[in-house]
Design a protein around this ligand. Structure first.
Ligand code: AHR
Length: 318
């Protein structure tokens, strides 16, 4: 009797073990709807996500929306139809996501927002949002400028290259920057226009700024490094010295910006890390293991002025 009991217990536990191993062996599938490849930052972000999925054993379905919201929505719908385990995406703009997020919720597929937030009343439509604090990045950019120019007489005329219209980083970086300078009348934003986060647009819009304002421009605040790098070219072509005649403040901290800083052409880059892959894969695994994720996971970042660029460059990972 006793031996029979022990044997059946062993059988039950062996079955249970096999069952749970089989479940653990089932590959998790993640659908990721990327914005596009508009910047050095975005390329590094894609690489981080693909590499982390591979090394975590997560099957990744990746889609590139070429900076179009309609393509991102299509990709998310196709992930729902394919019954992926988790959906993650970096929303190109803040608004217009409710219908597709409701569809994901109805299909019981959890959604993680990475890098950029959405603006929607019902925050149960996503389980977590991981990424930078863009308002803080705007504040950091302005604080650097205020400190750098504290002894300079006014006015300090600033031109601003904004990111993609309606995107969280464009809205928030502008907000944070303006919050710091609003009670300091010597700082004036004399022109502000979108450069869509790309080098080509950054150059084109800076050319227009230079044509309209010429030597009146003291500072360029670019919402990302790529636009700043494009603008540097425009400034040089106009016969001026970027980094000297015009102070250049930008955001991201990509290698291209470090090279520009080492060449004395860009004054500071506020860090915004694209290396979200490992954090995302850990979150996906936690979710699948039944854990609750923190609703907001903020990336830790620094500020890199040109004076530290050469020393920091070898440590840069993107
Ligand atoms: O959302 C992050 C922003 O998007 C980065 O600053 C920019 O370079 C990218 O395209």
């Amino acid at each position: 009797m006793n031996r029979l009991y022990v044997a059946s217990l062993a059988m039950i536990s062996a079955l249970a073990f096999t069952g749970s191993t089989a479940r653990a062996d089932k590959k998790i599938t993640l659908g990721f709807a990327q914005i596009g490849a508009e910047s050095e930052w975005r390329t590094a972000n894609t690489k981080s996500i693909k590499e982390a999925a591979e090394s975590s054993g997560i099957a990744l379905k990746f889609s590139d929306a070429q900076q179009k919201q309609e393509n991102q929505i299509k990709a998310i719908r196709s992930f729902i139809a394919q019954k992926v385990d988790v959906i993650a995406f970096s929303p190109v703009v803040e608004t217009g996501w409710e219908p597709v997020l409701k569809e994901a919720k109805a299909a019981k597929i959890p959604v993680i927002l990475t890098d950029r937030a959405v603006s929607a009343k019902d925050d149960s439509l996503w389980v977590a949002f991981m990424g930078s604090d863009f308002v803080e990045e705007g504040r950091r950019a302005a604080n650097w400028l205020v400190d750098k120019t504290k002894d300079a007489p006014g006015p300090i005329n600033i031109v601003e290259l904004q990111g993609t219209v309606g995107s969280a980083p464009a809205i928030d970086r502008k907000k944070g920057f303006e919050e710091i300078i609003k009670d300091k009348p010597k700082y004036k934003i004399i022109r502000s226009q979108t450069g869509d986060f790309t080098r080509a647009k950054g150059k084109e819009v800076m050319e227009a700024f230079l044509k309209a304002e010429g030597k009146k421009i003291n500072v360029l605040f670019a919402h990302n490094d790529d636009m700043a790098i494009g603008a540097i070219q425009a400034i040089e072509e106009a016969g001026m010295k970027p980094g000297k005649d015009i102070l250049i403040v930008s955001i991201d901290g990509v290698k291209g910006a470090f090279e520009a800083m080492m060449a004395g052409k860009l004054n500071v880059s506020v860090e915004c890390s694209p290396l979200l892959g490992p954090q995302l894969m850990a979150a996906v695994k936690d979710l699948m293991a039944g854990k609750t994720l923190p609703k907001r996971i903020v990336t830790k970042e620094g500020v890199f002025p040109m004076e530290v660029a050469a020393k920091e460059f070898p440590n840069r990972k993107y």
